[in-house]
Design a protein around this ligand. Structure first.
Ligand code: PMP
Length: 360
């Protein structure tokens, strides 16, 4: 062990950092980004907004991002006020601030895996204990199973993910409300992919009234196509937002980030116009992967999990060799692919067909 390893917190020794590969290949469908560049009108608004604040960057930003939070509240609707909304550098930072305030040393967080890999990483990074809950057959989560696990572990914080990454499906409102009723602590519904949900799904935003322990997190990284700007947010009881002000770093959200996010929100309908095109490619992936005889999980997100591969790591490697990067999420036999442009999606499907024909 080198000197730094001996100095590191014992509970962090030997852990792996979050590490989706960032490879320079032609087709990148591995981190569920939006493949479409920002339209010129949005770029122009962002440039104008950044130019306007540039001379004033000698000053710290608005610590509470008041105007951005008001714009997010307006965008979300549901009668939300700015006091019920909080913003940070990606929803990852939102999840971290929630964990700092409500989990941490001596406390327990529960999630139902497979789910978003950062939930356990954030929990343990802030010194909390992570309990890996289970899903049912084919990654489903029933009311009975979720409630039983919550009652057994009595966690301080429960992470639900809807639509779930990496499996793709949204939770029913019955599961969310049952978990809130059963849980002693905070219930966080990570809705990073909510805008891509199929018709008929319910957002947990619809369940907030009268449930002060329910928190809904969202991001501008996916449907809005703004992953590079790092903007995430939550909607919750204003008391939750007040609690986060105890742990956030002062001026955590830069002036540049705040004005970029506001400029993007002004163009929300234009930016969200890509959602339908992405959904189409998502449904095409489900159709064509099923046609290839693979096992395909239904998806409410901008990605698809598919299984039935005898050597999933080998298929992943062969795709990289053909310039197509998708995600090996560590479930043997399964891989996850992001729905890209029609061309990218087609290149992935063509490459996969060739590889599977060679495999058989
Ligand atoms: N939640 C889920 C379920 C995600 O998949 C991601 C990103 N992959 C995030 C949160 C974090 O996204 P960001 O920090 O870019 O908002």
């Amino acid at each position: 062990m080198n000197i730094i390893d001996t100095l590191l917190r014992p509970d962090l020794r030997g852990r792996e950092p979050y590490g989706a590969p960032q490879l320079d290949v032609a087709v990148r469908l591995n981190t569920n980004e939006n493949s479409y560049p920002l339209p010129p009108a949005v770029v122009a608004s962002i440039e104008k907004a950044v130019s306007a604040v540039a001379p004033h960057l000698n000053r710290y930003p608005d610590r509470d991002a008041v105007r951005l939070r008001a714009d997010i509240a307006d965008y979300l609707g549901y009668g939300l006020t700015p006091e019920a909304v909080w913003a940070a550098n990606g929803s990852n930072e939102i999840l971290q601030q929630l964990s700092q305030a409500f989990a941490g040393p001596g406390r327990v967080a529960l999630g139902f895996t497979p789910a978003y890999s950062m939930h356990p990483i954030i929990t343990t990074a802030v010194g909390g204990a992570w309990i890996e809950g289970n899903r049912d057959r084919r990654f489903d989560l029933t009311v009975e199973s979720a409630v039983e696990q919550v009652l057994r572990h009595r966690p301080d914080i429960v992470f639900l993910c809807s639509p779930n990454n990496p499996t793709g499906t949204a939770l029913t409102p019955e599961v969310v409300t049952a978990v809130v009723d059963a849980a002693p602590g905070l219930v966080v519904v990570d809705e990073a992919y909510a805008e891509f949900a199929r018709a008929g799904t319910t957002s947990a935003l619809d369940l907030l009234v009268g449930r002060p322990r329910l928190v809904v997190t969202r991001t501008m990284s996916k449907a809005f196509g703004l992953a590079g700007a790092r903007v995430g947010y939550l909607a919750a009881d204003p008391a939750v937002v007040e609690a986060l002000r105890l742990v956030r770093l002062p001026y955590h959200l830069s002036t540049v980030t705040q004005v970029v996010a506001r400029a993007a929100l002004e163009h929300a309908p234009l930016l969200l116009a890509t959602v339908d095109a992405i959904r189409e490619q998502r449904d095409r992936l489900v159709r064509e992967l099923t046609g290839l005889g693979l096992d395909v999980a239904p998806s409410d997100a901008n990605f698809v999990l598919f299984g039935g591969l005898s050597d999933s790591s080998g298929v992943w490697r062969s795709l990289v060799d053909r310039g197509v990067l998708i995600r090996d999420v560590g479930i043997p036999g399964w891989l996850r692919v992001t729905a890209g442009t029609p061309e990218e999606t087609g290149e992935f499907l063509d490459a996969l067909r060739i590889i599977l024909n060679g495999e058989s």
